[in-house]
Design a protein around this ligand. Structure first.
Ligand code: IPM
Ligand code: MN
Length: 342
């Protein structure tokens, strides 16, 4: 099997960490012998925007559509407002390819001392399933009478039955492959429409999974629990905004955002899924061979999982656990690739 990968390094440290992830994939392909891959690299980024006035070419989605996966570094650079770069690139990719699952493992790697006192790898090992196409990030809203005392702004969250049900179903399925403990993140005390609905769908879907124990918890209390009792968590499912916030916290409790990986999945495979580190382009350290490539390398492992190359993915994860990110970007990448080969 030869996979076709669309590579979008993007901006800043994205360009430095993506090659390290590809090194690990190359090593895993060679050592397992079970697949090969070819890459097509695209320059789409904020720098591209500065030169051409667009983040991506008009036919970008069509060009990527046939690939088996998209591997992305990071997007964002001073001078291009974040809402422009995100709404012209990252969010359209998620929405148009229907990447409705944002899967974010939260694992404290062996050898990393996280910020939580007396907590080790056995305590911090759960997965967040974040809804990735609608909710608070659907982009619906408006602004009138700008700049006047009568200005009005709305930012509407959209929760569809289909969108809510499918993310919950995915989370229940995932829980069945793990410890069968699911926490559904809510805020139905204050959000009396959207989150009451979310809770109802949770209960409806739960009926199909009698073997999974499910509880609901308000996002604020769940944030505290991630810090105080992370060992209680197995799978967490959350709406787009809540999942976004919780997974930055997840990155922090598992030793830093430089280690946090993510997969934007279309489980129905009607479009290519996209794999990217949780961290951003970090312009402050860009170009200095300083960024930790571990998050990008672990995101490549998630890509191999989704392509069915579990052995290769496991080898990369094991290699990252043994060498959890010290030294320069290229040193860490070389060390991980060498461990994958052994
Ligand atoms: C993430 C990022 C994005 C998000 C931003 C950049 C829009 O924070 O992937 O978590 O919130 O989805
Ligand atoms: Mn985020």
């Amino acid at each position: 099997m030869t996979y076709r990968l669309s590579i979008v390094p993007g901006d800043g440290v994205g360009r430095e960490v993506v090659p390290e992830g590809l090194k690990a994939v190359r090593a895993a392909a060679e050592v397992t012998g079970s697949f090969d891959f070819e890459t097509v690299e695209y320059p789409w980024s904020c720098e591209y925007y500065a030169a051409k006035g667009v983040m991506m070419d008009a036919d970008a989605m069509e060009r990527m559509r046939d690939s088996d996966a998209i591997y992305l570094g990071a997007i964002g650079f001073p001078g291009v407002p974040d809402h422009v770069s995100l709404w012209q690139m990252l969010l359209p990719i998620r929405q148009q390819f229907d990447l409705y699952i944002n899967l974010r493992p939260i694992r404290l790697l062996p050898g990393i001392s996280g910020p939580l006192r007396d907590r080790g790898p056995e305590d911090v090992d759960f997965v967040c399933v974040r809804e990735n196409t609608e909710g608070e990030y659907c982009g619906v809203g408006g602004r009138i009478r700008a700049g006047t005392p009568d200005e009005v702004v709305t930012q509407t969250a959209i929760f569809t039955r289909k969108g809510t049900e499918r993310v919950l179903r995915y989370a229940f399925d995932l829980a069945q492959t793990r410890d069968k403990q699911l926490v559904s993140c809510t805020k139905s005390n204050a959000l009396n429409h959207s989150m009451v609905f979310w809770d109802e769908i949770t209960q409806i879907v739960a009926a199909d999974y009698p073997d999974v124990s499910v509880s609901t918890q308000h996002v604020d209390a769940l944030a505290a629990r991630m810090v105080l009792n992370p060992q209680q968590l197995d799978v967490v499912v959350a709406s787009n905004l809540f999942g976004d916030i919780l997974t930055d916290l997840g990155g922090a409790v598992s030793g830093g955002i430089g280690l946090a990986s993510s997969a934007n999945l279309n489980p129905d495979r009607t479009g290519p899924s996209m794999f990217e580190p949780v961290h951003g382009s970090a312009p402050d350290i860009a170009g200095q061979n300083k960024a930790n490539p571990t998050a990008a390398i672990l995101s490549a492992a998630l890509m191999l999982d989704f392509l069915g190359e579990t052995d290769a993915a496991d080898r990369i994860r094991a290699a990252c656990s043994a060498e959890p990110g010290t030294g320069s970007t290229t040193d860490v990448g070389d060390a991980v690739a060498a461990r994958v080969r052994h």
